[in-house]
Design a protein around this ligand. Structure first.
Ligand code: SF4
Length: 201
């Protein structure tokens, strides 16, 4: 998301939202939960904002999904990512995952629909992904980076959740954390990022 902010000049405040996830169905064990002072009992997932779809009234879409209206040739219309080069890691690696030893990249089966309700606008890939669809050199590298970044993001969430603040404070917190990931010398701790942030908080 910070890449999007930097590359597209879109402030985090305008592209990020929070979704209540009391049952963990959004995070699915992959994304960390954040807590906020206005609702400390509810775990939230942080994601890109969704907006109402104009092509499919009554549905919503990622703010960056570019849709065309349905036509006789394309009854569901067409859609593409409007920030493809800068899309988040989670979008880059979907639907891939590592096997248990992280030696192989597995293309998971994609569910028929991206939502629980069956509106055709939420249909996902019309056919299963095949190894020929991806770059076997690039995808595992991206997966490795995504795995590392996911663990780091969990640390960031733990740090935030130590002292939950308002959702409006989250963008500045993210900027502070990610702007301070590079040090000229290692701080005298095995967890330099959280320790450094705690000192500054
Ligand atoms: S690839 Fe990601 S950023 Fe792009 S439209 Fe889809 S969900 Fe949004």
């Amino acid at each position: 998301m910070l890449h999007l902010e930097r590359a597209r000049g879109l402030p985090l405040e305008e592209i990020v939202c929070r979704w209540a996830d009391p049952e963990g169905r959004i995070a699915r064990g992959a994304a960390p939960h954040f807590r906020f002072e206005d609702d400390p009992e509810t775990p939230y997932v942080i994601g890109l904002r969704h907006v109402p779809s104009e092509a499919h009234p009554g549905t919503s879409r990622c703010e960056f999904l570019m849709e065309t209206p349905p036509t006789p040739e394309a009854p569901l219309g067409e859609a593409r990512c409007g920030v493809y080069e800068n899309r988040p890691m989670a979008c880059r690696i979907y639907p891939a995952r590592f096997n248990s030893t992280s030696e192989l990249t597995i293309l998971s089966d994609v569910p028929r629909s991206g939502r629980e309700h069956e509106h055709p606008a939420y249909q996902l890939c019309p056919r299963p992904w095949q190894p020929e669809d991806v770059d076997p050199l690039e995808l595992p590298r991206t997966m490795a980076a995504a795995k590392f970044e996911r663990e780091f993001f969990r640390s960031v969430a733990r740090l935030w959740n130590d002292v939950p603040r308002a959702f409006a404070d989250l963008p500045d917190f993210f900027r502070w954390v990610y702007d301070n990931r590079v040090w000229s010398e290692a701080p005298a701790t095995t967890l330099p990022y959280p320790a450094a942030i705690r000192r500054a908080a």
